[in-house]
Design a protein around this ligand. Structure first.
Ligand SMILES: *[C@@H]1O[C@H](CO)[C@@H](O)[C@H](O)[C@H]1NC(C)=O
Ligand SMILES: *[C@@H]1O[C@H](CO)[C@@H](O)[C@H](O)[C@H]1NC(C)=O
Ligand SMILES: *[C@@H]1O[C@H](CO)[C@@H](O)[C@H](O)[C@H]1NC(C)=O
Length: 489
């Protein structure tokens, strides 16, 4: 039995150049007025019957419907109580849709599809598989039509936001990613046109149909919101690991960090191909949705790829750029006289190099929030730069200095200034958002578009995350100050 790897993470690392959102409008990819819950065709085929007819299994108490916590789309709901450890769905090997069509179905158009896919950067793997999806969507009598006809007509991912809605995310790393994706889709529309200009109908991967940026965006979103990356080892044709594929019906399961079901890849003795199935991990009450864990994802990735955010997301973080000038400003705001963040001594510099915050190829992206509360490298750097006694610093190893749980490794007053500097950094970060938490909260109560609502929820979560970090650090400062007072008394 092979368990799929941390399901479907996209390997996009946002560049945190600053936390100020650039203000520029863009062309909206499409003007979808469609409701997010409408299917591609008004009367889609019966997906459950199709899976069963093709030799798959669907638990008798599962139905497709609108889930408990949201009305934005359809998911899988238990119509009766389902016990823990039950098989919920089992897909035969020919149902998942991956980039490579079966040998028998390859024609002249396959080479062109590969050529187009080769022009898509790896980080946009969803668009690669999306091209294949568009091919099947354009194919009359496609084997996957029962699946495709059930796909949503529209998606809530931010590539479909208007320029104003994107601006309202107020957070540079995600604004950068969204704009990058939109720009790529608009450019890729031209590549598709050029590549397919003189191609005969027979060899045309999209059966002669025009594929524009909005069709490409639909396909990319259809894949990024639904695809799973499964272990390739168990897959046919000796294919490599982590193959993204669309899993009909299974992909209707929504996400939770506390899932009640999981995906399992099961090797059948008789065949080299793996069967993909969903099994309940606990009892699922009547009326509850089947939920899978998509991975330990921050809200940036959830919004970009799936089109939703989780308010109490324990994996959400805020990105900052490690910058001596900014840290000097923060520690002066914290009451320090002459901080040396922009002019470290040679031994401090050496340690910054070890932390990969200095030198060629340094990674200056640091984070606040998430399970660690403060990025270990950032914490160690501040402790070190505020610790002007080389011998005291070098008594500790770098891993100890990176833990917030290590109690005042360089002394009480070093620790208090370190934490105050971090708090001041939070204040600066909060100040970069054009609106305050309370304003966002009241905007959310008004009548706004669903995309605007998502944008505001996203930035609101970033701000509450910063204030949560501040509260936590303040609590620590207070404890330490009390101790310091007690010591000197
Ligand atoms: C999936 O779950 C998320 C987070 O709970 C929610 O925002 C979203 O609307 C859900 N989607 C559907 C289709 O119910
Ligand atoms: C900065 O460096 C100067 C000169 O080495 C030193 O006197 C001062 O204490 C340092 N400041 C801090 C906050 O460590
Ligand atoms: C660092 O110190 C801690 C505790 O003192 C120890 O457990 C750990 O192994 C050390 N790590 C290295 C890399 O020396």
């Amino acid at each position: 039995m092979v368990v799929p790897s941390g399901v479907k993470k996209m390997v996009v690392v946002a560049m945190a150049s600053s936390i100020i959102a650039p203000h520029f409008g863009r062309r909206k990819l499409t003007t979808v007025s469609a409701s997010l819950s409408s299917r591609l065709v008004p009367r889609p085929l019966d997906l459950v019957s199709w899976v069963r007819r093709e030799g798959g299994f669907v638990h008798q108490s599962l139905r497709i419907g609108s889930g408990g916590h949201s009305s934005t789309g359809l998911d899988l709901i238990a119509s009766e109580e389902i016990s823990s450890g039950s098989d919920l769905i089992r897909l035969p090997t020919h149902l998942p849709l991956s980039f490579d069509p079966p040998e028998s179905a390859r024609d002249g158009s396959h080479a062109l599809l590969i050529e187009l896919a080769s022009k898509v950067p790896e980080e946009l793997w969803a668009l690669k598989l999306g091209l294949r999806l568009l091919q099947e969507r354009a194919t009359v009598g496609s084997f996957w039509w029962p699946y495709i006809s059930n796909l949503p007509e529209a998606f809530s991912t931010p590539i479909f936001f208007s320029g104003d809605e994107i601006k309202n995310l107020q957070y540079a790393p995600i604004v950068h990613q969204v704009n990058k994706r939109c720009r790529f889709l608009l450019d890729f529309e031209k590549v598709v046109k050029q590549t397919l200009e003189d191609v005969s109908f027979r060899n045309h991967p999209f059966r002669g149909q025009d594929v524009d940026a909005s069709a490409l965006g639909w396909a990319m979103a259809a894949v990024s919101t639904r695809a799973f990356r499964l272990h390739g080892k168990a897959l046919p044709h000796g294919s490599k690991s982590d193959i993204p594929m669309l899993l009909p019906l299974i992909d209707m399961c929504n996400h939770s960090f506390e899932p009640n079901a999981e995906i399992i890849q099961e090797q059948d003795n008789k065949s080299p191909e793996a069967i993909v199935k969903v099994v309940s991990k606990e009892q699922i009450q009547r009326g509850y949705s089947v939920l899978l864990n998509y991975g330990d994802l921050c809200n940036d990735l959830l919004l970009l790829d799936y089109g939703f955010v989780i308010p109490e997301n324990p994996y959400d973080t805020i990105e900052l750029k490690y910058d001596g000038v900014l840290l000097d400003a923060a520690s002066m705001a914290a009451g320090l006289q002459s901080p040396n963040f922009s002019s470290p001594t040679p031994w401090q510099d050496d340690l910054l190099r070890l932390l990969n915050l200095e030198g060629d190829g340094a990674d200056l992206k640091v984070t606040l929030g998430g399970p660690d509360v403060v990025d270990g490298r950032l914490l160690a750097a501040i402790r070190i730069l505020l610790g002007n006694d080389k011998d005291v610093v070098e008594k500790h190893n770098l891993s100890t200095l990176q833990l917030l749980s290590t109690k005042a490794p360089l002394g009480l007053s070093n620790e208090i200034f370190t934490l105050r500097t971090l708090i001041a950094l939070c204040v600066i970060a909060l100040g970069h958002f054009p609106t305050k938490i309370m304003e966002d909260e009241s905007l959310l109560k008004g009548t706004i578009s669903s995309s605007m609502k998502l944008a505001i929820q996203f930035r609101l979560r970033k701000k509450t995350l910063i204030s949560d970090v501040m509260r936590e650090l303040t609590r620590k400062v207070n404890t330490l100050s009390n101790e310091k007072g007690a010591n000197s008394a």
